[in-house]
Design a protein. Sequence first.
Length: 163
Amino acid sequence: MDQQPQPHPHYANDPLVMTVVDTGNPPAKHFLIAFFFSFMWGTFGVDRFYLGYIGSGMMKLVTLGGFGIWTAVDLITIMNGAMRDKWDRPLVEAEKYRLFARKVVRRFSYIVAIALLLLIVASSIALYYLVTFVMNGGLQSLVPGLPPELMNGIQGSSTTPSF
């Protein structure tokens, strides 16, 4: 009389459906979804919530991914295929997509490195022009009422301004 529900014949060989029917646990979690959640929103614990770890997901949310350290550790763990869901099951198709995940992270790190390099170069150029502008008396043209004694101190004169 206690009969197990049977899956639809179309899904009879699907391991995800059989897992739900056999154990009562939710379906196994997919590698790509866990990777995407960890990569994009890992700082907020979305990957942990998806894998069923509600408590650690809340802690990750409150600490903003352990100030980034926890986020990086989870991303590396998922990329290596070592992450398991709450029911200690490996992520579905982890072996198939591990190389893809590494390529995505590698390309993203190249883009971030180039963007940071460009930001440093642009900031250095802007700082150079700002210092050159101030040293050539440009500050006097911007602030007409500025006392010349103060300008002498800014331009590197031996006299110090008195206030």
